[in-house]
Design a protein around this ligand. Sequence first.
Ligand SMILES: *Cc1c(COP(=O)(O)O)cnc(C)c1O
Length: 435
Amino acid sequence: MAQPTRFDLTQKDIPTQWYNILADMPEPMPPPLHPGTKQPVSLQDMLAIFPENLVMQEMCPERYVTIPEEVRNIYALWRPTPLLRAVRLEQALQTPAHIYYKYEGVSPAGSHKPNTAIPQAYYNKLAGTTRLATETGAGQWGSSLALACRLFGLECRVYMVKVSFHQKPYRKMMMQTWGASVYPSPSDQTEYGRKVHKADPDCPGSLGIAISEAIEDTVHNPGTKYSLGSVLNHVCMHQTIIGQECQQQLAMAGEQPDVVIGCVGGGSNFAGIAFPYVREKITDKKKTRIVAVEPSSCASLTTGQLRYDFGDTEGLTPLMMMYTLGHDFMPPKIHAGGLRYHGMAPTVSHLYKLGLIEAVAYHQLKVFESAVTFARTEGIVPAPESSHAIAATIDEAVKARESGEKKVILFNLSGHGMMDMTSYDAYFSGHLSNA
Ligand SMILES: *Cc1c(COP(=O)(O)O)cnc(C)c1O
C-alpha cells in the first residue's frame, strides 16, 4: 500500500489531561481588572456569573488538569478526531512540503467548540447550576452549548445576534433541536435589549450587545450562570486536547511539524492546536514556527493595540490585557466568516508579545479561494473561519516549493462549512469584497 494518509487513535488515546500554558509562561500575565475599581478581580467578583470550580480553573497554576471521566466519555462521541495528510492538496500545489490537518468538524456541532462546551456544562452541573445563558453570533457556540446542556440536563438560553438569527436559521434550528431557547438579540427579554431596541428598532444586533444581554440574564435569574466559548484561560485550556492528539498522531506518521497554523477569532481553536507545541518551544527549545491567522477586516494581533480592554461592548466584563481593536469596534458587514471578535485571548496575546508565536492577516477573497481549492482537492467543505488557516497553509506550501524545502506543516481545520453555504454562494456570485 502507498504511504498512509490518515492517522487514527482509539478511544483510550483521548488525552486524560488538559494542558495549562499558564504554568509555563516565561513571564507572568497581567491579571484581569475589575471594571469599576481597576483592581485585580477577586474570586467573589467572578462568582456573580461563573461557578467557583471554573473560576478556580481560570486561575489554576497547575501544568496539567485531569479531564473528568464523564467529560472524556462524552468526548468519545467524536474524539479522537482524525489527522489527515493532505496529499491531493500537496499534489495540486506541487509542493515538497507535507501538509497535515486536524479535523475538528466531526463533532456533533461541526466544530471544535464542544471541546469546551462539554466540560463547562459538566462543571456547572457539579456546582448546582440549573441554567446557562450565553450569546452567539452565527450560532456555532450557541449550538455547541445547547448540545452540552442537553447532555447534562441543564436549561440553555441563547441570545443570538439578530441579523444572523434571521439570515442563518439552520444553527438556530440545531439549537432548538437540542432543546435550547433562542432569542434574537437585541431581544425583549432583558432591560438592555429593550433599551437598544427602543433607541433603534432596526438594530441588527452585535456580539457585544448579545453578551451584555446574556450577562444581565445571568445576574437576574437564580440558578443561572454565564458561559463563554472562547478567549478565557480555561476555554483555551479545554481545547488543548486537539494539539495533544496531534502530537500522538504525528508521531505515528514519524514527523515533527516545522509550522503549526490556526485561525484566530477569540483564540481558542488556535490555542488548542498550538499550546502543546508552544510548550515544546519553551521547555525543549524546539524551533517550531507557530502562526495565528486573522481576517484583515478584524485583525487584532497585527493591527490592534496591547492594552486593557473590555470583553463586551457595554463594559460589564473585567478588563483584560489583550490585543484589541477597541470594545466598540464594528467589523464591516460584508465580512462573511466568523472571527469578528474585537479582542484576543489574553494567553494568545501574551505569547505574541513574547515572540513565541507569529501572526498574519488575510483578506476574505483569498480565504474563499483557498477554501474552494481545499474542497476541490481534499473534499471537505471548510468553515470560512478555518479557511483562514488554509490560506496561510497554502502560502507556506508555495514558499516551500520555491525554496525546495521539505517542511512539515500542520493546521487546524476547526470546522466544516456545511452551514455556511450562503457565504460560499456570495463568493461565487461576486458579492464578497476585501473591504
Ligand atoms: C468559533 C469558531 C472559530 C473562532 O473561534 P476561536 O475561539 O478563535 O477558535 C474558528 N473556527 C470555527 C469553525 C468556529 O466555529
